[in-house]
Design a protein around this ligand. Structure first.
Ligand SMILES: Cc1cc2nc3c(=O)[nH]c(=O)nc-3n(C[C@H](O)[C@H](O)[C@H](O)COP(=O)(O)OP(=O)(O)OC[C@H]3O[C@@H](n4cnc5c(N)ncnc54)[C@H](O)[C@@H]3O)c2cc1C
Length: 376
């Protein structure tokens, strides 16, 4: 008998859909409320490393992701010179082990669709344009009032509602999210045929210019600059700035720049960070994913950590017979130090970029590899 019969998941991102699907697979009745009217994942592309792929394989959607996305295994480092000279090719460490690709690039909306339909197939009941208004709990369950006036009682509530988590606020957990000092443009566009790996130009007028393949024919293109308030700009003004900032970058950038014409395909976001001290639960309400940890994507591990949180939580809630302190202590023991290693390493990498110094990147990468190469 699982420790839970019914669970509410708040938020249909990577962490929420994964937790919901794995719980439903084990026979748990799962409701998922998503504030938006549909799942549309902004941000054009995502880099999924081996430990994220391990969870996608557990979900049974790895082949679908490999078909839609683009596997690659190297970081190609170029100079910000007129030839975008290649100075190094660094093999990615296969965090998921030898039987998984090191890395897969994917169009974010494709990943979101795969995860939502997987959870739907498992029997998760999605409720869109709906959120929670209040939570009241006792030793045996959580009473939830929803924004549409309805109420329900659950054995456990999972807050997977992202960086500005409303569930976290309802629990009155103070957590300050800080800017890292960097802002990223992300543009979805075509991929030159010879870009089969992740290409990074470090330095130049921005911190870095990145190209991540997202399928055989598409890529996402990113420029990371000092964080600026671009909230008052029109999409057209943002696009004009992006194009201007991209001009000093050459190689593949010269091949595609003229095709960047759609302001709606461009996203701008700051890098932010926070890490909630353990425990991540208050009674029978638990937070996972960006709701408890977020970091600059300098190692591309944010979603990977959310996938792992979801898989470990679902395993504990379905393998254990009761929801008790021991279950939460085990969740903390399996998650907190591992996530802290990733957050600290990501922050260190960002700081080196901010300071324009070349730090011990291989050393930090090895530390992360040692932490995440083993199953969570
Ligand atoms: C520029 C950038 C690049 C990144 N690149 C990578 C990368 O390459 N690889 C990687 O692994 N990670 C990357 N990340 C991190 C990754 O995007 C996040 O860690 C991941 O998307 C978080 O998933 P989540 O499910 O926790 O939260 P989210 O994806 O934020 O999902 C939360 C969901 O909850 C919903 N929601 C919010 N509030 C409510 C509410 N009150 N009620 C109901 N629903 C609600 C939201 O609408 C959303 O659907 C990057 C991040 C940034 C900023």
């Amino acid at each position: 008998m699982p420790a839970v019969n019914n669970v509410l998941v708040v938020g249909a991102g990577a962490a929420g859909t994964t937790a919901a699907a794995l719980l439903a697979d084990a026979g748990v009745a799962v409701d998922l409320v998503e504030m938006k009217s549909e799942v549309s994942a902004l941000g054009s592309g995502i880099t999924l490393q081996g430990n994220a792929l391990r969870v996608l394989r557990q979900l049974g959607v790895l082949d679908e992701c490999l078909e839609l996305g683009q596997p690659f295994s190297q970081l190609v480092i170029r100079l910000p010179d007129p030839a975008a000279t290649i100075v190094a090719r660094v093999d990615d460490i296969p965090f998921g082990g030898p039987d998984l690709p090191s890395t897969v690039g994917m169009y974010r909306p494709d990943l979101a669709r795969v995860l939502v339909s997987r959870a739907e197939r498992a029997g998760v009941r999605f409720r869109y344009s709906k959120t929670i208004d209040s939570l009241t709990q006792d030793d045996d369950g959580v009473d939830v009032h929803f924004s549409d006036g309805s109420t329900a009682r659950y054995d456990v509530v999972v807050g997977a509602d992202g960086l500005r988590s409303w569930t976290r606020r309802l629990l009155e957990i103070p957590l300050e999210t800080k800017s890292v000092g960097m802002g990223a443009f992300r543009m979805f566009g075509p991929k030159p045929a010879d870009v089969t790996e992740f290409h990074a130009i470090f330095g130049g007028p921005s911190y870095m210019a990145l190209v991540c393949p997202t399928s055989a024919t598409t890529a996402y293109w990113s420029l990371v600059e000092p964080a600026r308030d671009r909230t008052t700009q029109t999409p057209e003004e943002r696009l004009a700035d992006f194009l201007e900032l991209s001009r000093p970058y050459h190689g593949p950038w010269d091949e595609v720049r003229d095709s960047f014409t759609d302001p709606a395909a461009l996203n701008y976001t700051w890098f932010e960070h926070h890490l909630l001290d353990a425990p991540w639960n208050r009674g029978r309400v638990v937070l996972i994913g960006d709701a408890v940890h977020t970091c600059p994507p300098t190692i591309a591990q944010g979603a990977a950590m959310g996938f792992e949180d979801a898989a470990v939580l679902a395993e504990l809630l379905t393998d254990r017979e009761q929801v008790d302190e021991e279950l939460w202590a085990t969740f903390t023991a399996r998650r907190f130090d591992r996530v802290k290693t990733v957050v600290d390493a990501s922050m260190q990498m960002a700081q080196w970029n901010l300071d324009h110094v070349q730090g011990d990147v291989p050393g930090v990468t090895r530390r992360v590899a040692a932490a995440v190469s083993q199953p969570a």
